[in-house]
Design a protein around this ligand. Structure first.
Ligand code: TYM
Length: 354
């Protein structure tokens, strides 16, 4: 009888709802991107490409994190437009609402609710050490809000609400995922097992874990640096212009050497991630060629990679009814899973059930 009760508990904990038998329960994946700018080649190679592949084998939840975006000032109309465009681009990249849950963070209020509880289990010192906070508070020195500071707690809530096993992100987000794990471990230690401990799931370096800026290859490619950054929706002409202007070095040899040739190494990585060829193959292809051949060839590879995505996204953005049905259904499904975790957390910390 004890066994049966345990089995029923496990079922109600979610295995049944995930649509798979308990013997081979799929692992849960969660990730998100801020609609604070256009989607970039960096976020595609570092994150979305991986997300698409993972849908086949995992139980995936992908989010548009608009609540994170307002940690720095946004123009409301632009934020709304970009959130919808981002959904169209997720679909165009191959995310499939029949396989994965796709939703908008502010539509699932459990994220904000769990975030408050977790903030009471996160140390001020831990948040002060976050690299992204240090960088962003320099960039936005006139507007360092408490939201910018507690950003990683909201991110921990995103991940922990879904009992996530793996978080596919670019290298720059590793520190946040590690903090999330520390918070989960602390909470579990105080109240017994409540959260699954998540792990960052990071792409191989030659497949785009950290795509660098074309203008300054010592910085990561980011939406806040328009010239060094390729957007998913850039036209072929714009993409080609950005690659032709990419910063390289005074040698003329196409060779991977991250220390001494960061620009060329970044372009080789992008070529390799865009074509699926290894870094060795890429170096062989361009052996003996000058940068005048190499740079436009990388541009062409990226144009071909992004062309179908751009065309499909442009088609999808016109179909507002379809996009609405995807994000509504996504929020409904996400909310169900999230509420289960939130109920458990509220019970454990001592709140009276509603
Ligand atoms: P965000 O919106 O800055 O970036 C989205 C994703 O793209 C990856 N990325 C890159 N990867 C390689 N090279 C680059 N140049 C590059 N630029 C961006 C990022 O690592 C990220 O995976 N805090 C997150 C959003 C977030 C989140 C979450 C992620 C909120 N809640 C929960 C995972 C789970 C962020 O700011 O990503």
């Amino acid at each position: 009888r004890g066994k049966l009760i345990k089995l029923n508990r496990l079922r109600s904990a979610g295995a049944g709802q995930r649509g798979v038998s308990m013997e081979n329960k799929k692992k849960r994946i969660f990730s998100g991107i801020q609609p604070s700018g256009e989607l970039t080649l960096g976020s595609y190679m570092g994150a979305i490409k991986n997300w698409v592949a993972l849908q086949e084998e995992y139980d995936c939840v992908y989010c548009i994190v608009d609540m994170h975006a307002i940690t720095v000032r946004q123009v409301p109309g632009d934020l709304r437009r970009r959130a919808l465009e981002q959904l169209a681009q997720y679909l165009a990249c191959g995310l499939d609402p029949r396989k994965s849950i796709l939703f908008i963070q502010s539509h699932v209020p459990q994220h904000a609710e769990l975030s408050w509880v977790l903030s009471c289990y996160t140390q001020f010192g831990e948040l002060s050490r976050m690299t992204q906070f240090k960088q962003k508070s320099q960039q936005h020195a006139d507007n360092i809000t408490s939201g910018l500071f507690t950003y990683p707690v909201l991110m921990a809530a995103d991940i922990l609400l879904y009992q996530t096993d793996l978080v596919p992100v670019g290298e720059d987000q590793r520190q946040h995922v590690e903090l999330c794990r520390d918070i989960a471990q602390r909470f579990n230690g105080v109240y017994s097992d409540t959260f699954v401990l998540p792990e960052a799931f990071i792409q191989r370096v030659d497949q785009g874990a950290r795509v660098m800026s074309l203008g300054n290859p010592l910085n990561k490619m980011s939406k806040s640096d328009p010239e060094g950054c390729v957007n998913l929706m850039d036209s072929p002409e714009v993409i080609q212009r950005k690659f032709k202007r990419a910063v390289t070095d005074s040698e003329t040899c196409v060779r991977y050497d991250k220390e001494n040739k960061p620009g060329v190494s970044n372009l080789l990585t992008i070529y390799s991630a865009a074509t699926g060829k290894s870094l060795e193959e890429a170096q062989e292809i361009f052996a003996g060629q000058g940068y005048g051949v190499f740079k436009p060839a990388v541009g062409d590879a990226v144009i071909e990679l992004l062309r179908p995505i751009r065309e499909e996204a442009a088609r999808l953005i016109k179909d507002k009814a379809h996009l609405e049905s995807v994000y509504r259904e996504g929020a409904r499904r996400a909310g169900r899973v999230a509420q289960r975790t939130l109920d458990k957390v509220h019970r454990k910390v001592g709140f009276i059930a509603r």
